[in-house]
Design a protein around this ligand. Structure first.
Ligand SMILES: Cc1cc2nc3c(=O)[nH]c(=O)nc-3n(C[C@H](O)[C@H](O)[C@H](O)COP(=O)(O)O)c2cc1C
Length: 275
């Protein structure tokens, strides 16, 4: 099969697929002709599926994506601006969790949403590691504490700037401000050499974090954990990421113990307009 085929009966010849294709590899041969792939289309296509998704009549079948496989967009479900503003502004980083575990299917469902996050060239490089067992989360947090003790000896100035002395003091007093006693930890990882990976992992994690709110879940980025995961061999060994992979983000997940009642203030945006 060529890169895609178009059903001439269903095609409205409006050229929307031509217009939206990110690499401009769909062309109309002449007036009233159906779209066809241009030269080198096979090599250049990023499999984003926009050609399939934009076609009102479902006329275009991509060799890797048939219109019947693609979930229809329900226009009545589009969120209103005031809803999205409230939703995004009301999300909080959650630092106190219930002990109650989150069902694995629910965590898998969050990841299933996060895979729709954008990625450069649609490369979708993000892979996921879920530390499901809460005792294991605590054990790993202990390895982060070991890393901090090491760092405080080796790089005291930088470590103190990052408040590691304070974190260790709390840890030794029995308070976990590394993983906040969260029951679960989700790590987004990808090959270290993949150029699109840092942004893709960050955006996918952000999708996951936002989706979590709608399921009554709380999340918090685990920045100390992620730093240790990229630098501290005992933690790297415990995580056992595939060869050449790096964690680009770690997220605590669980049910929030407390609800928030107002949206805290944030800095005014600083915008430069070039008009
Ligand atoms: C990359 C990143 C790393 C973070 N790491 C931590 C962390 O290790 N521990 C923590 O309690 N919060 C962490 N946070 C959460 C921020 O402190 C939080 O987003 C900020 O205080 C604003 O609060 P809000 O998310 O409720 O708006 C991190 C956030 C980001 C984006």
């Amino acid at each position: 099969m060529s890169l895609f085929v178009v059903d001439p009966q269903k095609c409205g010849r409006e050229g929307m697929c031509v217009a939206v294709c990110p690499l401009g590899i769909i062309k109309l041969k002449g007036q009233n002709s159906v779209p066809v792939p241009s030269d080198k289309a096979e090599d250049l296509c990023v499999n984003c599926g926009h050609c399939v998704a934009v076609c009102p009549g479902g006329a275009l079948t991509h060799k890797n994506m048939r219109p019947e496989q693609c979930f229809p967009i329900q226009k009545e479900r589009v969120i209103k601006p005031e809803q999205i503003r409230h939703f995004l502004c009301a999300r909080r980083s959650i630092r106190v969790y219930k002990e109650q575990p989150v069902k694995r299917e629910l965590l898998a469902g969050l990841i299933d949403i996060a895979r729709f996050a954008p990625s450069g060239h649609n490369r979708q490089p993000v892979k996921w590691l879920v530390i499901y067992n809460s005792d294991e989360v605590q054990r790993l947090a202990g390895l982060v504490a070991d890393w901090m003790r090491f760092m405080l000896k080796e790089e005291p100035k930088m470590s103190k700037e990052m408040h590691m002395d304070h974190v260790i003091g709390k840890w030794e007093a029995g308070s976990d401000i590394i993983c906040r006693n969260a029951p679960h930890l989700i790590i987004a990882h990808a090959p270290a050499t993949e150029r699109t990976a840092p942004a893709a992992c960050t955006i996918a994690m952000t999708y996951l974090e936002l989706a979590a709110v709608s399921f009554g879940l709380g999340t918090c980025w685990a920045g100390f954990f992620n730093a240790a995961a990229t630098l501290w061999p005992p933690l790297q060994q415990s995580l056992g990421l595939p060869d050449g992979h790096v964690g680009f983000g770690a997220m605590m997940v669980g049910y929030p113990k407390f609800q928030y009642h107002r949206i805290p203030l944030r800095n005014e945006p600083q915008i430069t307009w070039h008009i």
